[in-house]
Design a binder for this molecule. Structure first.
Ligand code: FAD
Length: 631
């Protein structure tokens, strides 16, 4: 929702004290909003339909074995978010080394890739075929490049696509790669910004610095000692102890709107509907459901747009293995088409405190599915049996080593970016703009593929808006660019909030990523030269110079006029230091100048084109390192 506030007052002031904020959802976004509000001395009520906090970032506790809904790394370039994590977690915020591999045809490949390991695993024959397929893709790219398979093949070669991207992508999204648009790939898997690549190639001290930071962020991450849920449990405790409320098992069923605002919320708590009034509302529940709960009903077009929003669902089967060490990775990507699981987490390697008994291991097998499909509707017992079988197929553990298991289903784990979602969101935003006291935040709350940090940032900015700020939450960036582009100097410092809201309604990320002076210089330097224009100018200047020089010598006169310049007639046949010769010299010089200018522009364009191509290719190849993290 675009903030309609016009006030530029970013200071919490006394006129805020009467505000009561109602927050839907106790995931990272909702709880961050409550936390920020309580810091400002404002009361809030958080309504959570589940019986625990944390949303998708919860940690489930099964008989003392703790596991996430997919492992949750804590990493960000948003300083204020990192500050909050550190403030809440203190010494319980661990720094962990990342080890993850790809499992494919009984072989483990380090991921991000390590060349010797990849070559060894693939074998010489396969490696040569990959190289040939890469060369082929560069010489004869597939056209039109309109689908995911073509997009990836054109960058890395068809063979690598088949080996490392096809099966996993199809498991995650549940549709053939030929049906995923190339646009989605380009959007998700950026890091291939030509401008950024050129900047890195040109600015001497940047690559090492950048690589250092990125390497650290790819190779290690933060993690709360007892899983991400620990973070959100602590935040919930903090806000509850400060005059705010977090109500669990509170399912929001009605959003009652009046003239120009949301008036109250009807919430089902233990089977009873309660009406909760507020002056400000923040929602992190899925947009589709939010719109369905509006009373009176929004126009048909808006309801239809909401119904068009789609999700990918997710379930995880945790298995308790009666073995101290099963594998050393935090997680493994499963590209093997023989099994249905997409990824497997080893929570003990995220933090030893995730298991109560160090002689045992707790694995989380991740299955991507659609609510209501065969996997989703399978009984827990059958899912555990399936997981046991698959773990044995992979040779990671024997069925008789598995002590116990449990299943957690997470609906709407991924907002789907299909061909209609942007238009649907536009229609919904336009409709919601009439309710300035309702702000949408978070992942499903905005239908954005947000990680925790961006979900939290939207919530922080929503609170700033309540305090009188003027931020456009939709400008918070959900793309993966920050995986790659993280630099200490793009961290959002708290003071920037103020500066930004004072200038215009946008978030700092937009500033960090905007075209700055360096980028504009790069654009100018690499712009191609117009051959005809340069040829004409050089021709005109050199022709003019000879003409003027000849005329000056004639005017100067003397017994022998222009003996030196007249030597030019060895090249310019017919030239002499005379009025006629001045015109002949002009013609010749113009011609040679023209040819020189044209050739210079041609060669310069050719070489810069080649340089830009080389930089682009090397950026593409380096993005291959952590490509799968973006899928
Ligand atoms: C498999 C997987 C792995 C991930 N890994 C990472 C990672 O490594 N690092 C990272 O930072 N992020 C990761 N994420 C993303 C992260 O989980 C989300 O960005 C984050 O949880 C979003 O927070 P949120 O508060 O916006 O939404 P949610 O976590 O979805 O919370 C929304 C809350 O609203 C509640 N709610 C919904 N409807 C209602 C209603 N009608 N009434 C009341 N309450 C309602 C829900 O129960 C939920 O608790 C991962 C996500 C997935 C699916």
């Amino acid at each position: 929702m675009e903030s309609e506030s016009t006030s530029q007052n970013n200071n919490p002031s006394s006129n805020n004290s009467g505000k009561k904020v109602v927050i839907i959802g106790a995931g990272p976004a909702g709880l961050t909003a409550a936390y920020e509000l309580s810091k400002e001395g404002l009361r809030s009520v958080v309504l959570e339909k589940d019986s625990i906090v944390g949303g998708i970032s919860r940690t489930v506790n099964y008989k003392g074995y703790r596991f996430d809904i997919g492992g949750h790394r804590f990493f960000t370039k948003v300083r204020v978010v990192e500050d909050m994590w550190e403030e809440v977690m203190g010494d319980d915020f661990l720094e962990r080394k990342r080890l993850s591999r790809i499992y494919y045809k009984n072989t483990f490949f380090y991921y991000p890739f390590r060349l010797p390991n990849a070559l060894w695993g693939l074998g010489i024959g396969n490696s040569i075929m990959i190289l040939l397929s890469y060369i082929k893709s560069q010489l004869f790219p597939l056209k039109p490049e309109d689908t995911f398979d073509k997009w990836v093949s054109n960058r890395f070669g068809n063979r690598l696509y088949e080996l490392f991207f096809k099966t996993y992508t199809e498991k995650v999204w549940g549709i053939p790669c030929e049906e995923i648009s190339a646009e989605w790939a380009a959007q998700r898997i950026k890091g291939l910004s030509l401008l950024e690549a050129l900047k890195n190639a040109l600015i001497q001290d940047r690559p090492s610095n950048k690589e250092g930071v990125i390497k650290t962020l790819i190779d290690s991450f933060h993690y709360p000692k007892m899983g991400p849920g620990m973070m959100w449990e602590k935040v919930s405790d903090t806000v509850s102890s400060e005059n705010s409320e977090v109500i669990l098992n509170a399912d929001v069923e009605i959003i009652r709107t009046g003239s120009g605002k949301v008036d109250k919320i009807g919430v089902n708590v233990n089977g009873k509907i309660q009406e909760i009034e507020g002056s400000e509302f923040i929602s992190s529940m899925p947009i589709r459901e939010l719109i369905q709960k509006f009373e009176p009903k929004p126009p048909e077009e808006v309801c239809y747009a909401a119904d068009m929003l789609k999700y990918r669902d997710f379930l995880t089967v945790s298995l308790i293995i009666n073995r101290k060490d099963v594998f050393p990775d935090n997680w493994i990507y499963i590209h093997d088409p023989r099994v249905k699981m997409g990824r497997i987490q080893n929570f003990k390697n995220w933090s030893p405190d995730m298991v109560p008994d160090q002689e045992k291991t707790c694995l989380g097998l991740e299955y991507f599915c659609f609510e209501g499909d065969g996997l989703w509707t399978m009984s827990d017992r059958d899912l555990i049996e399936l997981a046991k079988k698959e773990i044995e197929i992979m040779g990671l553990a024997k069925t008789d080593e598995i002590d116990d298991g449990s299943v957690v289903r997470m609906p709407k784990a991924y907002p789907v970016y299909d061909s209609t979602y942007l238009e649907a969101i536009r229609i919904i935003r336009e409709y919601l703009a009439q309710f300035p006291n309702l702000q949408l935040v978070g992942r499903n709350g905005m239908h954005k593929y947000n990680n925790q940090d961006h979900s939290m940032l939207t919530a922080m900015l929503a609170v700033k808006n309540i305090l009188g700020g003027n931020y456009d939450l939709w400008k918070v960036n959900a793309d993966q660019e920050y995986h790659e582009e993280l630099r200490k100097d793009t961290y959002i410092e708290p003071k920037e909030f103020k500066e930004l809201s004072e200038t215009q309604p946008q978030v700092p990320i937009a500033v960090a990523r905007g075209t700055n002076g360096v980028e504009q210089t790069i654009i100018r330097v690499f712009a191609s030269i117009d051959k005809l224009a340069l040829a004409l100018s050089v021709g005109a200047v050199s022709g003019g110079a000879i003409f003027i020089a000849t005329m000056l010598l004639i005017l100067k006169g003397g017994s022998v006029v222009g003996p030196n310049l007249s030597l030019l007639n060895q090249y310019f046949i017919g030239y002499s230091v005379s009025v006629e010769g001045a015109f002949i010299g002009l013609g010749y010089s113009f011609l040679w100048g023209f040819i020189f200018g044209w050739l210079f522009a041609y060669l310069r364009n050719l070489f810069t084109g080649f340089y830009v191509y080389r930089v682009k290719k090397s950026a593409e190849l380096s993005s291959f390192r952590d490509f799968i993290d973006y899928i």
